[in-house]
Design a protein around this ligand. Sequence first.
Ligand SMILES: Nc1ncnc2c1ncn2[C@@H]1O[C@H](COP(=O)(O)OP(=O)(O)OP(=O)(O)O)[C@@H](O)[C@H]1O
Ligand SMILES: [Mg+2]
Length: 159
Amino acid sequence: MTEFFFFDADSHQATERLGVALAETLTAGNTVGLVGTLGSGKTKLVQSIAVARGIDPQRVVSPTYVILHEYPGPITIFHFDLYRVADEDEWDELGADEILEQGAITLIEWADRFRACMPANWLEIKIEVLSEEQRRFTFVPHGEQWPPLIDALRSKLTP
Ligand SMILES: Nc1ncnc2c1ncn2[C@@H]1O[C@H](COP(=O)(O)OP(=O)(O)OP(=O)(O)O)[C@@H](O)[C@H]1O
Ligand SMILES: [Mg+2]
C-alpha cells in the first residue's frame, strides 16, 4: 500500500499551523475534500485555512444547515458541507459542478459522500481522531496536480 504523507496535530494550535501551511499552498482552482467522522475537525481546519487567508473566523461556521458558504477575498473560498445533501440531484441543484469550475478555492466537508462528483484533481484530507486533542491528517492526492503540492506542504510542516 502506498504510504501517504500525514501530519499529526496534538493541539488546536497545531491544526491552525496546518491551516496556515495549506492557505499558503492552495491556489485558485484547487479543490480540497475533508473526510472524517462527526466532530473530527473538518470545520476547524476550514476555519484555520480561511483565517490564514484573512477571513473573519466568525464567518466560518459549520454550514451543515446552510450547505454552502462563500467567503469573498482575492481568491474566493467556497465551503460546502455535504452531510445533509441527499443525492446527485441535490448536488446538481446546488450548482456544485459550476462552482468547482469557477477558479475559486473549494473546501468540501464529507467529500467521501460524493466521490463520483469530485473533479479530476482534488486533494483528499482524511482526519482521524487519535485522542481528545490529537488529530491525524492524511493527504491523499487525486490527479496529477497534487503530488508536488503535497511535497510543498510537507516541506512547510516538517522541520
Ligand atoms: N487538534 C485539534 N484539531 C481540531 N479540532 C480539535 C482538536 N482537538 C480538539 N478538537 C475539537 O474537535 C472538534 C472539531 O469540531 P469540528 O466542528 O471542526 O468537526 P467537524 O468534523 O466539522 O464536525 P461535523 O461532522 O459535525 O461537521 C471541536 O470540538 C474541537 O474543539
Ligand atoms: Mg463541520
